[in-house]
Design a protein around this ligand. Structure first.
Ligand code: RP5
Length: 156
């Protein structure tokens, strides 16, 4: 009898462990200086009722943090990652190297860009075959959020 009660109770315990408020979209950027441009993604997702989280981590300055975030993302319930970076914008590509989740890159016009963000756009878009990163327009974090919403609503 005790065993039967435990067998019935186990699934309830598992359900309690699932965080129903877990974010679906991770919004990541290479520097705090990217925040003003990337806030548009958070705002767009919020208006659509899509839960997101915002993190600052640099592919060049904190490669281990980026790798760990990407490796754990799917397990934590994330479904899409939006990654904004300027200059030699490695962040979206490095994230994509460590996760199977779709990654949407946002090239940013960093203060010290010598090419008005074109450097970041090429760094994000020109990924090697087999490791895709979607790329929206320069500073167009809002479009990244719209694309993330479309991915979320089209997946089964
Ligand atoms: C990139 O370098 C960041 O994404 C940012 O756009 C740019 C400059 O970073 P900070 O020097 O402002 O931290 O990695």
């Amino acid at each position: 009898m005790t065993d039967q009660i435990q067998a019935v109770a186990a699934p309830e315990t598992e359900l309690e462990d699932i965080d129903v408020d877990a974010p679906l979209v991770g919004i990541v950027m290479g520097s705090k200086s990217d925040m003003p441009a990337m806030e548009a993604a958070e705002k767009e997702l919020e208006e659509r009722g899509i839960r997101s989280e915002v993190r600052v981590m640099s592919a060049h300055r904190e490669p281990d943090v980026v790798s760990e975030y990407a490796r754990n993302a799917q397990m934590r319930g994330l479904r899409v990652i939006i990654a904004g970076a300027g200059l030699s914008a490695a962040l979206p590509g490095v994230l994509a190297a460590h996760t199977q989740l779709p990654v949407i890159g946002v090239p940013l016009t960093s203060r010290t860009s010598v090419a008005g963000g074109l450097d970041a756009l090429l760094a994000i878009a020109q990924m090697p075959p087999g490791v895709p990163v979607a790329c929206v327009g320069i500073d167009n974090a809002r479009n990244a959020a719209v694309l993330a919403a479309r991915i979320l609503t089209s997946a089964p």
